[in-house]
Write a protein of this length. Structure first.
Length: 309
C-alpha cells in the first residue's frame, strides 16, 4: 500500500511547550515510534507542517537588524531542512536501520494570481495576547487573526497546483525508500513558460499540498494525523456530531473552520475524488485509526452519504 502521512503541528510542537530543539526532537521521536509499524510494511511518504517553526525563524530574523530579514520562501526551505533532518534521523532510529529514509526539499507550484495573496489566513508563529498582537502588527506590519483565546500572525496560503519533485518521490518509493518531503506544504514557487522557478511570499497548507502529492503519486491513502478524534459537524456546539465515514460529495456540503479543519477536509475530498481515500484522526491512536475504531474516513462514494460515530 502506498500511503502519504501528513503530520499535524502536535507531532512537532505541542501547545504551551517552548519551541526548543530538544522538544522538537522528543516530539518527533515519539511520532516516529508510532509510525514505525506502518513504515516497515508499506510505501510511506511523511509530510509535515511548519507553522510554529517558520514563525519562530521569522522572529529570530527580525531580532538581527544588520541585514534584511530573509523572505518566507527561504524560511520555508530552512524549516524543511531542519524538521526533515530530525524526522529522517528519528524514523531511521525507530526502524533500527531496516529501511533507508530520504528527506527531500520540495517546491510547490502556486498561481501568483491566487486570491489568497489578498486574504491571508495561514496561522504561523507563536501565540500572542491581544495587546502583544496589536503591538507586533503595528511594528512589523503583520496581519493578525484570532487563534482560540489568543492571536497569531497570518500569511497568504495559496492553493497548491503541483509538487515539482513528485516524480523523484515516486522513484524513491519504487526503490524501497521511505520519503520525508513537502515540509510546511513545500516552498511556494511560481513558474514561467521556460519552467524557471521563483519563490513566493506565502506558506502553503501542508494538508492540501499532501493531497496534491498523494494524487500525483496515485497513493492509496492519505492519513492526516491531528489531536482530535474525529472530524465533527457543528464542532464545539451542543449539536456536535462526530463523523465516522463520509463521501466526498456529502462532506463537501458541510461548513468547517477556515484555519483548522477546513483544509484537512478539502485535502481529503481532493484525494477521494482522485480515487484514493483519506483518514483524519489522532496521532496517538494510529492503530485504531487504521482499524477504523476512531477517526474519520472520506472516500469517493458512500450510499449513506455520511455515517456518524
Amino acid at each position: 500500500m502506498r500511503v502519504v502521512v501528513a503530520l499535524g503541528g502536535n507531532a512537532l510542537a505541542r501547545r504551551g511547550e517552548p519551541m526548543t530543539a530538544d522538544r522538537l526532537r522528543a516530539n518527533v521521536k515519539s511520532t516516529c515510534q508510532a509510525l514505525a509499524g506502518l513504515a516497515r510494511e508499506h510505501e510511506v511518504v511523511i509530510t509535515h507542517g511548519n507553522g510554529p517553526q517558520v514563525g519562530l525563524l521569522a522572529l529570530q530574523n527580525l531580532a538581527y537588524q544588520d541585514v534584511a530579514a530573509y523572505p518566507l520562501d527561504i524560511l520555508g526551505a530552512e524549516t524543511q531542512g531542519m524538521i526533515g533532518y530530525v524526522v529522517q534521523q528519528e524514523l531511521t532510529n525507530a526502524l533500527g536501520g531496516e529501511r533507508e529514509v530520504a528527506a527531500v526539499l520540495t517546491t510547490t507550484v502556486v498561481d501568483e494570481d491566487d486570491p489568497a495573496f489578498d486574504r491571508p489566513t495561514k496561522l504561523i508563529g507563536p501565540t500572542y495576547s491581544a495587546q502583544d498582537a496589536a503591538e507586533a502588527a503595528a511594528e512589523y506590519r503583520w496581519t493578525i487573526a484570532r487563534d482560540g483565546a489568543n492571536f497569531r500572525r497570518v500569511v497568504p496560503s495559496p492553493n497548491p497546483v503541483r509538487v515539482v519533485q513528485a516524480p523523484m518521490v515516486r522513484l524513491l518509493l519504487e526503490n524501497n525508500r521511505l520519503v520525508v518531503c513537502v515540509g510546511g506544504g513545500g516552498v511556494p514557487v511560481k513558474t514561467d513558460s521556460k519552467g524557471r522557478e521563483a519563490g513566493m511570499q506565502a506558506v502553503v497548507d501542508k494538508d492540501l499540498a499532501s493531497a496534491a502529492l498523494a494524487a500525483e503519486l496515485e497513493a492509496d491513502t492519505l492519513i492526516m494525523l491531528t489531536d482530535g478524534d474525529y472530524v465533527s459537524e457543528n464542532w464545539g456546539t451542543p449539536q456536535q456530531r462526530d463523523i465516522l465515514t463520509a463521501s466526498a460529495d456529502a462532506i463537501s456540503e458541510l461548513a468547517f473552520a477556515e484555519g483548522s479543519m477546513k483544509p484537512k477536509v478539502d485535502a481529503a475530498i481532493r484525494v477521494a475524488r482522485a480515487g484514493g481515500r483519506a483518514l483524519i484522526g489522532p496521532l496517538d491512536r494510529l492503530d485504531d485509526l487504521l482499524a477504523r475504531k476512531v477517526g474519520t474516513e472520506i472516500r469517493g462514494e458512500l450510499d449513506e452519504g455520511i455515517i456518524f460515530a
